[in-house]
Design a protein around this ligand. Structure first.
Ligand SMILES: [Zn+2]
Length: 152
């Protein structure tokens, strides 16, 4: 029994290392693609969510965020080399508010009922009838936050 548990522990470590390597690989791949895209389109600046400052909040949790942080870190130095500036903005409420009117949004997927805690939903709907893609909504909110932080 002890032995089994020990081996399971080892397997867990191996698994963790595999995830670590894999996420490194994807972080490099994704950040490379973003920089390539920006160069192609002549983009000079990237705004990314500042994950570190919202630990404990919705953004600061889980594997996705872990990978997200790493992508941003790689992206920052890759972008810098290409002359693209990466700015980070604390993503408060970017995922939970409508980018058109600021009302709280409900998430949903096709043919599903929208819900506030429907975290897997790719689409959103606010009480004023705005709707669209959740990621695009968050990105637009980030852009607005960035402009606000500049004008202060
Ligand atoms: Zn709205």
């Amino acid at each position: 029994m002890k032995k089994i548990r020990k081996n399971a522990g080892k397997g867990g470590q191996k698994f963790k290392r595999a995830i670590f390597r894999l996420s490194n690989y994807y972080a490099h791949l994704v950040s490379r693609r973003i920089v390539d895209y920006c160069r192609e389109k002549g983009v000079k600046g990237i705004i990314a969510p500042k994950y570190a400052e919202v630990d404990g909040y919705l953004y600061g949790q889980g594997m996705e965020c872990f990978l997200g942080k790493r992508i941003i870190r790689f992206l920052k130095y890759k972008a810098w080399k290409e002359g693209i500036i990466l700015t980070t903005v604390s993503p408060y409420h970017t995922a939970s508010q409508c980018c058109h009117c600021g009302a709280p949004i409900k998430r949903y997927n096709e043919n599903h009922v929208p819900g506030v805690r429907y975290f897997g939903g790719r689409l959103f709907l606010c009480k004023n009838g705005h709707h669209g893609n959740v990621a695009l909504n968050a990105a637009k909110n980030l852009g607005v936050l960035f402009q606000d932080s500049k004008s202060k």
